[in-house]
Ligand binder design. Structure first.
Ligand code: XUL
Ligand code: CO
Length: 439
């Protein structure tokens, strides 16, 4: 097999003073952080769609990057060339995991039967590569948003026939996820939402999405899928409104339909910001519900209102994200999937590596500084102290559920004028974070 990225060496860790653009400055896979190697804290993953398929086309122009990898586009030869490129790419960067949608792997055929045969063939080929290299599948998913049949959604489609097509794709995507040993299966409800309520029965559509998910759980468990299902919340784009708006909305939906034992969240940074939250916020909401499953790592542009899927460079946000991940006890089956793409004018093969080096170094710094914040302990003890009035007396009674409204009312009457609750000290805490970040 030919080397496809022949001008790129294996990317070494050279440390923060290195000026070599093809080296990690912070990601040092074996470095021990809070008792385990960095690479275990950060199960990095390559997204097949952006890295091996996307060419930089946008609504105003065609692609700029050549992702043919020496094959003719849209053929099985091309599908295999992408596998070769992907495994060489992961090897050179020291990335252990990858993620895909079914139709990222092969050109979709006119019939399900032919598409499924192609999926069998390509996953046989991928499996051989996985066995030879030890690379792993982080999660699989079905693309139920690109084909015109999904114009009105998949599980939420008004057409029962389209619903069946969605079911067929989920079934096959689960089959190949299990075949490749994946421990995650994602539902990103690309078109599960609406453009106008004038033509939409929202409750009906949400019940149908839940049915599709229930069938997926039932089928997945029956073929030995023992990993986690994930919902990846996103508020909008491509639809005007998407039902899995944010973590809180998706978790309430899962609880409503009894899916919360099988599902967790796959939180994407740019989706959280599109929902008007910080990345940290959606991670916290997931974690406090015991549902922080995995991460799609990228960032948006605060001046743009859409999903720009940029490689993460904002260290401050990465620190706060990794702080949430560490506090939640790290990932079980999840990881850090770079659902990110190069800008359209960064179209060379080197740029593909620069994108990942940027993202991996940003998250390595995030991990190091989040670990330092935890070891420092001042943030934790401030928060603990802030709620100290609930640890004894009347506060403890409120927490334990023993207190009654009448009792609290007479307690308040006796207080006369209540004390102010104490300063939130936001500015002090922000400077503490800066102190740790730049120490
Ligand atoms: C789209 C997005 C998807 C999911 C998987 O915004 O993030 O690529 O990650 O379907
Ligand atoms: Co994503």
């Amino acid at each position: 097999m030919n080397e496809l990225f022949s001008n790129i060496p294996k990317i070494p860790y050279e440390g923060k003073d290195s000026t070599n653009p093809l080296a990690f400055k912070y990601y040092d896979p074996e470095r021990i952080v809070l008792g385990k190697p960095m690479k275990e804290h950060l199960p990095f993953s390559m997204a097949w769609w952006h890295n091996l398929s996307a060419t930089g086309s946008d609504m105003f122009g065609r692609g700029t990057a050549d992702k043919k990898f020496g094959a003719s586009e849209g053929t099985m030869e091309h599908a295999k060339a992408k596998v070769d490129a992907g495994f060489e790419f992961m090897d050179k960067l020291g990335i252990e995991f990858f993620c895909f949608h079914d139709i990222d792997l092969i050109p979709e055929a006119d019939t399900l039967d032919e598409t499924n045969k192609r999926l069998d063939e390509i996953t046989d080929y991928i499996k051989i590569k996985m066995d030879a290299t030890g690379k792993k599948l982080l999660w699989g998913t079905a693309n139920m948003f690109s084909n015109p049949r999904f114009m009105n959604g998949a599980g939420s489609s008004n057409s029962a026939e389209v619903f069946c097509f969605a079911a067929a794709q989920v079934k096959k995507a689960l089959d190949i996820t299990v075949k490749l040993g994946g421990k995650g299966y994602v539902f990103w409800g690309g078109r599960e939402g609406y453009e106008t309520l004038l033509n939409t029965d929202m409750k009906f559509e949400q019940e149908n999405i839940a049915s599709l998910m229930k069938m997926a759980v039932q089928y997945g468990r029956s073929i030995g899928f023992d990993g986690d299902f994930y919902i990846e919340p996103k508020p909008k784009e491509p639809m005007k409104h998407q039902y899995d708006y944010d973590a809180a909305t998706a978790i309430a939906f899962l609880k409503e339909y009894g899916l919360d034992k099988d599902f967790k969240m796959n939180i994407e940074a740019n989706h959280a910001t599109l929902a008007g939250h910080t990345f940290q916020h959606d991670l916290r909401v997931s974690a406090m519900n015991g549902m922080l499953g995995s991460i799609d790592a990228n960032q948006g542009d605060y001046l743009l209102g859409w999903d720009t899927d940029q490689f993460p460079s904002n260290v401050y946000e990465a620190v706060l994200a990794m702080y949430e991940v560490l506090k939640a006890g790290g990932f079980k089956y999840g990881g850090v999937n770079f659902d990110a793409k190069n800008r359209r004018s960064s179209y060379t093969m080197e740029d593909m590596f620069y994108g990942f080096i940027l993202g991996m170094d940003t998250f390595a710094l995030g991990l190091l500084k989040a670990a330092q914040l935890i070891e420092d302990g001042r943030l934790d003890s401030f928060v603990k102290e802030r709620y100290a009035s609930y640890s004894e007396g009347i506060g403890a009674k409120i927490r334990s559920g023993e207190a009654k409204l009448e009792e609290l009312a007479s307690y308040a009457e006796k207080l006369g004028k209540p004390q102010l609750p104490g300063s939130g000290r936001q500015e002090y805490l922000e400077s503490l974070v800066n102190q740790i970040m730049f120490s």
